[in-house]
Structures are given as C-alpha cells and as structure tokens.
Unconditional design. Structure first.
Ligand code: GLU
Length: 507
C-alpha cells in the first residue's frame, strides 16, 4: 500500500517489545503519540516488536493491551484490531523484511559477517582493555565465505551488517531537542543468523510501510537514529520526523528500571490502587508543563482530552523530570474525589474482592451498604488499596470485629464509663421506621451524634476530643475509621449496640 493512501493526517505508533510486564515508558510514549495524533486528526497505531525471540515473555502482549486500555489510550490500528497495514506483529512480517535486506546487500550497503559470538566477545574485551572505541572491526568486510572460513572465529550462519560510510551524517533535527549530534555508529547487524531482522531494520521498514510520520520514542534511542536515517536514504524513502522523549528518572536521577523501581511496571499502578485518570495526568506532567489558564495561573489537574487539545512538541522539556510518587498520591486523591459516587463504589470492588471483604458478585444489599460507606470514605483516601481497612469492619459479624493493638492500647480507665453511657443513650433511640412512607427512623447520624454528645460530653464531662475514641474502637476496631456517627447509622442500631457491648465486656 502506498504511503499517501493511508488514513490520517499524521500517523504515530507505539512499538513495545513484549518482554515482560509493560514498562511505564510505553504508556508515556503512547500518551504523547495519541495526544498529537488526536490534535492533528491523525491515527495512532500499536505495533508489537517481537523479533528478539530470546527475550519474549508469554502473556506480555496481552498485558500491553490491558494496561493501555485501562489507561484509556486506545489505538486505531493494531494486532488485535487489524488495519490497512496488517499484520502489526513483527514476527508475522518476516517475509516483508527479507527483500529489503537483499537489496541493501546487492547495493553494497550491507555485508555478510561470519564472526562467531565468541570472537565478537573477545574482540569487545580487547577493545575495552585497550580503551579503544567499541564497534565491529570489519574482519568480514570484502571477504567471500571461503576466505573468511579460513580464519579463526568463523560461524557458518552469517549475519548481515550495515556498512556505515565514513562520512555518515550523525546530526538530525529533533522535534523536542532541536538539532542533535548523535555518536558515529558502528556496523550494525540488521539481519540475525536466525533470519530475523534486528530492531533497526524492522523499525525502519515498518515505520515506512505503515506510513508513520512522527516517531516518538525515548532518548535512549538517539544513538540509533543516524543508523535509521541511513537506511531510509539507502532504501530511497522519506524519513519521518523524530521526537525523542525525556527519560523518566528516579529520585537518584537514574533512568527508571523494572529491576530497581517497582513502579517502572505499569501493572504496579493498578495493583497499588491508582486511578488511570491520575496516572495519565501524572505522566502528562513528566517533562511537560501544567495547563496555562487565560488568567496566567497554572493548572496541574487535567484530563487527557485537555492535554491533547493544547498539545505541542516544543513544550516538552528534554531534561525531563524526576518521578515523584508523592505527587502521584496527591493527584490520585484529587481524582478519587472527582469520581461520581456510583463509579467510585464500583472501582472499589476489585480491591475489596482481593482483600476477601466482598465476593466477586456482591448482593444488592451488600452493594447498597458499600455505596453508603463509599460516600463516607471518598474524601479520605489517596489510593483504592486503602479501602479494605476502612470498609472491612462493615462487612464482618458484630462478634468478629478485630480490635487493633494500637486502638486497644488507647483505651483508658474512662472507657467502660463512656461505653456504658453510649449504650444507654443509643438504646433510647427508636429505630423503627415512622412517617407516612414508613421510611423515616430516628436512627440518624445527626440524632446519634446529638444524643452521644449529651450523654458523654455534657453528661460525663469528657472532653469531645477523647469522648468518642472507645466508641470508634468498638465499631471499627481501628483508631482511624470512617466518620463515627454516619458509620453507626449505616450499621444500624442492633449492630451498633452489639459492638459497643462486645468491647465493654473486655474492658
Ligand atoms: N521496540 C522498541 C522498544 O521496545 C521501540 C523503539 C521505537 O519506538 O523505535 O522500545
């Protein structure tokens, strides 16, 4: 298919390799790709780069789909949905690369190399020892198979290498950093002994055939770009524009890695109870400024759509930024509070199921109670993983409330008196439904609070600050819990009194 017939004013792709848990950088690239594609009325593609067979990881491709979908970063063309350039998985395109490799060989831009892996290792060690620049020493250049076979370190299955010219152009214009001068490349392998192309050949052929207009990738690929530009030139193709994104760095300013930083894994954010809205917002702020309002103020909280509408490459800071998880926690709290209550409630379900608090398919009654509790805790949470602790006590039997050690330790000599007074005062509240519709009961948070204050603060003269500690412990087993009087209303009179009595029996 020719370039001009492909849909989209611009065409961008994210091209992850399925080598394990998806890296947070994949989402970062995808976001910037998608923002620009949306702004320009273009297309966003997902391509799976699986030519490095040794590093493949079963299940990783599915995780890439799942995590990008979870973030709402959906693609217009890809292996799972097809498109005009299918297939979008490189292992299914092997036939595509071969003729280009042959062409480069025939034109003298590439040559066969029979050096064995052992010879190459020795060569590299030697170069390091002599403090020479690393790179292939061209032992095979200009030799026939026979000539080469006569020398040591020969392997019968050759690879194909690019013949980098002496006057290789290493400078190029980057959409983010401007003019970049990359290092001089060495004779890069483009076809491996197993017949698979390397990343360098496959990426150029695919980006060209898929009509990619803008290549967005991390700065770690800057040194590869001169090789790619050479391949474009040799194959007679117009190269795309390049945007090399700043590296995401940890607090030590090191490039984040899955080995050192658990949060380099995209799935980590989901497991830890972050909202996709918050992670997208957070990633948009990495090396990119907040939204500048008309009145000159800056706004850090924004949706992907708001980000995409204003997107421009020249706003990206090539120096990047440090990954600040405290900032992400803050953003997550903001986004949690923005959710509509029903939505917030359903986002809690997988976490409560994982904690064994609710079944996978809760009953209507359980859902109703959860929604009531959700309303009490929505403003108090930074991460969805905190829900289990707050919600758990509402879904256990009254005789099974676990009293945390620190909560029990706080109970002082006054606790029995306070509990007795509470039991008396609450026992007097009529919880039977009254009124025309039979729906109003006196058992409300307001009435509970008023009567407990009267009995304990006024009646016993206990300071309000300490008056309700034993009650909170009885109801939730914790020092910190959702608001007490509302919790009692949700639990109902019978449960509330049973829990107060259960704690009273132990103090
Ligand atoms: N497969 C490469 C990666 O995993 C893609 C690099 C590129 O976007 O050119 O990062």
């Amino acid at each position: 298919m020719s370039e001009t017939k492909l849909p989209g004013a611009v065409r961008l792709r994210v091209a992850p390799s399925p080598t394990g848990d998806p890296h947070v950088g994949t989402a970062y690239m995808a976001m910037f790709d998608l923002a620009f594609a949306r702004r320009e009325g273009g297309r966003f593609l997902l391509r799976i780069e699986d030519t490095d067979r040794a590093r493949l990881h079963a299940g990783s491709e599915q995780q890439i789909y799942d995590t990008l979908h979870w973030l709402g970063l959906s693609w217009d063309e890809g292996p799972d949905i097809g498109g005009p350039c299918a297939p979008y998985r490189q292992s299914e395109r092997l036939e595509t690369y071969r003729p280009y490799a042959d062409r480069l060989l025939a034109q003298g831009h590439a040559y066969r190399c029979w050096c064995s892996p052992e010879r190459l290792t020795r060569m590299r060690e030697e170069q390091t020892r002599r403090k020479q620049p690393p790179g292939y020493d061209r032992l095979c250049l200009g030799k026939t198979e026979e000539e080469r076979a006569a020398l040591p370190g020969f392997s019968p299955t050759p690879v194909l290498r690019m013949r980098i010219p002496d006057d290789v152009q290493t400078a190029f214009d980057d959409l983010i950093a401007g003019r970049i001068d990359a290092p001089v490349p060495d004779d890069q392998v483009i076809l491996k002994a197993d017949g698979f192309p390397t990343y360098h050949l496959a990426v150029v052929v695919d980006d060209h055939l898929m009509g990619i207009t803008h290549v967005v990738r991390g700065q770690e690929w800057i040194s590869s770009t001169p090789k790619h530009l050479l391949l474009y030139r040799w194959l007679g193709w117009r190269p795309p524009r390049f945007a090399h994104m700043p590296l995401l760095r940890d607090e030590h300013k090191a490039k984040i890695s899955k080995r050192r930083n658990p949060w380099a894994r995209l799935t980590w954010f989901r497991e830890e109870g972050y909202l996709p809205e918050a992670l997208v917002n957070f990633l948009a702020l990495q090396g990119y400024p907040p939204i500048l309002e008309a009145d000159g103020t800056e706004r850090e909280v924004f949706t992907f759509e708001e980000f995409a509408e204003r997107f421009a490459w020249d706003k990206v800071n090539p120096a990047g930024s440090i990954f600040n998880l405290a900032k992400l926690d803050w953003l997550n709290g903001v986004w949690i509070r923005r959710l509509e209550l029903g939505e917030f409630t359903s986002r809690l379900l997988p976490f409560l199921e994982a904690d064994g608090i609710l079944p996978g398919h809760p009953s209507l009654g359980e859902l109703g109670r959860l929604k009531a509790i959700a309303g009490l805790i929505q403003t108090r949470m930074a991460k969805l993983t905190e829900a289990g602790d707050l919600v758990g006590p509402f879904f256990v039997g009254d005789d099974a409330v676990e009293i945390a050690d620190d909560a029990r330790a706080q109970l002082d000599a006054q606790a029995p008196v306070v509990l007795d007074a509470a039991i008396r005062a609450l026992g007097d509240i009529d919880d039977h439904a009254v009124g025309v519709l039979g729906s109003e009961s006196a058992w409300t948070a307001a009435r509970i609070e008023a009567d407990l204050r009267a009995a304990i603060v006024t009646g016993l003269g206990v300071k309000p600050k300490v008056a309700f500690g034993p009650l909170r412990t009885a109801i939730s087993g914790r020092r910190i819990s959702p608001p007490l009087f509302e919790s009692m209303e949700i639990l109902g009179k019978t449960s509330t009194l049973a829990r107060l009595a259960a704690l009273r029996a132990t103090v």
